[in-house]
Unconditional design. Structure first.
Length: 223
């Protein structure tokens, strides 16, 4: 009984501390399911990038605080060349881990990369103008659908109550020609909002990055 009371007090103290910021804020996972996520390991019969994302999320999501309201927004998983593929798969709610994993399990990579539209839609769903929110973007590339990602990042910083965007770039290859780099780099989202900009290449690094951006290990260990 005493231990339970002390644990409750400890959790309350952690929640009040700056180190716990983001642990229980409403969150949205923005997942890239575009055609490039079909790229496979060598040999080409190995797991795809989306397969690695599914496996990493299956390890991380069950450990998240059940009370946290979290949803899933995806782009891709549509027509081969389409940019009209942004979909809210799971509305933000507590205990959403199982629903998110079920939706992710049904995804097949295809289509373009409307990254800016997906992030904007996720922020709107979370009502970021009045709520502190966290977005975690998992992508393997830049916006290919004409979205001005860095302009969006500035807008989210300016109009959001407290909007943080973490970006996980999985085997990302940013272009150096054509569209100006400053307008499309997903890293702008993190730089403008105070989030993490994590670039990872292995399945293990991907799992660690998802855990770092989604979980609250200190609190989870006490619950």
């Amino acid at each position: 009984m005493l231990r339970s009371a002390l644990t409750s007090l400890t959790i309350a103290a952690l929640l009040a501390s700056p180190a716990s910021a983001g642990c229980y804020e409403d969150a949205m996972l923005v997942l890239d399911a575009s055609g490039s996520m079909a790229a496979a390991d060598i040999p080409i019969t190995g797991p795809t990038r989306l397969d690695h994302a599914k496996s990493a999320l299956a390890k991380v999501l069950p450990d998240l605080p059940e009370a946290r309201r979290m949803g899933l927004m995806t782009y891709g998983a549509g027509q081969e060349t389409s940019c009209d593929t942004v979909r809210l798969r799971v509305a933000p709610m507590p205990q959403s881990q199982g629903s998110i994993l079920a939706e992710i399990g049904r995804l097949s990579p295809s289509g373009g990369t409307p990254l800016a539209d997906a992030v904007r839609s996720a922020a709107e769903v979370l009502e970021h103008r009045v709520n502190p929110v966290t977005l975690v973007v998992l992508t393997d590339g830049e916006d290919t659908c004409g979205g001005a990602v860095c302009h969006l990042a500035e807008t989210l910083r300016a109009e959001g109550r407290d909007t943080i965007v973490h970006v996980i770039g999985f085997r990302i290859l940013e272009s150096r020609h054509g569209v100006p780099q400053a307008s499309i780099s997903p890293g702008c989202l993190a730089a403008e909002t105070g989030g993490y900009d994590l670039r990872v290449d292995t399945a293990e690094e991907l799992t660690e990055a998802l855990s770092r951006t989604l979980s609250c290990p200190l609190i989870a260990s006490l619950e």
